[in-house]
Every structure is written in structure tokens, then in C-alpha cells.
Design a binder for this molecule. Sequence first.
Ligand code: FE2
Ligand code: FE2
Length: 290
Amino acid sequence: MSLQYKIDQIRATIESEIQLPALPAVAMEVVDLIDNPRTSASKLGKVISTDQALTAKVLRIANSPFYGFPRRIATIDFAIIVLGFDAVKEVVISLSLMSALQRRSDEHFDTNKFWDHSITCGVAARRLARDLGYRVSGEAFVGGLLHDIGMPIFHRYFNKDFREVIRLQREEAIPFYDAEKAVIGVTHQEIGGWLAERWNLPPQLTDVIINHHRPNQADVNKELVALIHLSDVMCQKMNLGTSMFDYGVEFDVNALQTLRFHDASYVDTLVEKYKSIFEEDLEKTHNFSD
Ligand SMILES: [Fe+2]
Ligand SMILES: [Fe+2]
């Protein structure tokens, strides 16, 4: 079977034949709200209230000892005030995605480790965006969370090829995306991009998914894509939220200018400076996802 034939087949499968996991309606609406600066807390509250399980979860988080609020928080609007607007959006999208893409792990793919990597990358991106002042608004966390979304789809729907990629990656000690290219002709970036289109994700998030390993090719928000690339590399260097899939992935010096760094050694400086900060942030965030 030629590679081009395989690429076409995979694309066609994702675009039409297979029943892809649906992004819950609530998450869709919340993704839309991210983009809209006029979104109010009460509008967000209304959207969340349409989903009982999600509402309960958000209330439980707001009432957790972590926030130490003296009175019981009983309404979603109040929970949004206590947690903060961005935190609530992040919680809703993470929880919806995890339930949409839930699947038991096997020896080739550990779902928990995958989400660990995704959340870690999101947490790192959010922190770096704040500290370094990138113009990425509230999308840093969600971008990090979503960047490798093609991975579970690849594993779930093209399992035989996925196993072959893993075998090749191990045998040749090459980056995962090179092994993907050799076996199926496309990578988890493209697969994730097709999924993002079917889910109608905002273009800047699709951009992150497609270009997180080659940030200079980003065409919607270069800063956001470079930031997610940086976070992905940093987490791997720190051994945080371990992902075997990012083995051998190096920082792309083409992203230096976009990130306003003088040279690539600054990435190592950041790795040293941020390790304990990311770990602390992660601990707080894990209160959300338990
Ligand atoms: Fe990736
Ligand atoms: Fe990654």
C-alpha cells in the first residue's frame, strides 16, 4: 500500500466514516465563549448549568479546602466568582475532553499518562504566558491541553499502525513524528488537525495542534503556537508529566524570535527557573481533575 494511499485513507476515515467522539455541547459553547471578550460570568454560568454532572463538579471544586472559602458555595455563579472566569473555562473544557476521549489504556498507550502530559503542558503554558507577557489571552492552558489530541485518536482508530509506530520509534530511537511519517505518512499533528476541524475548534487552537512541532509555520497566532512548543519541550526536559511520545523532540530555534529570546540557551535557564513553579501549579490544578 503506498503512503499517499494510506494518508488519503486515514484522512477520509477521520473526516467521514468513523464515529469520532463528540465534544459535548457544553464544551463547544465554552470554547466559543473563550473567544468572546464580552462573555459574562452569568452567561458562562448559564451554559454550565445545562450539564448537571459538570455543575456538580465545578461546585465541588469551588468548595474544596484549596479555596478555603468560609461558607458553602451553592450556586454556579458564585462558584465562578470564587474560582475565576478562566479557571472555570479550563475546568469545563478539560473535563469534557477527558470524558469524550476516555478509553481504557493498553500496553501501548496509557491514557492517564497522556492526560498528565497534556495538563502539564497546559499548566506550563499558562504560567509562562503570564510571566513573559505573550498575547495569547486565556488560550495558553487549553492550547497545551489540546496540542497532542491527535494521539488518542490515532491509537484508538488506527491501532495496528500505532503499534507499528511505537515499535519503529523504539527500535530506531527516533522522534515519534518521524516514525509516524515513515509508517502512515502523516503525524498526530495532522490527525489532530482533522479532528479539530470536525469539532469546529477556533482556528488558533487548530493552529496549535497542527504546528506545535514546527512553530514557525503557524499562521493564526504565532506566539501561541511557539509558546505551546516551548512548554512541550520544557516539560519533557523537566521530566514532568512524562510523555514517551515526545522523546527526542528538540526546541526549534526558529521560534526564538517569536518568543523574543536571544538564544536557545535561555530555554535551559527557564527549565531551571520554572521546575518547582510548574510542580506547584500542577498540584493546584490536580485538585481540579481528580
Ligand atoms: Fe506532539
Ligand atoms: Fe506533547
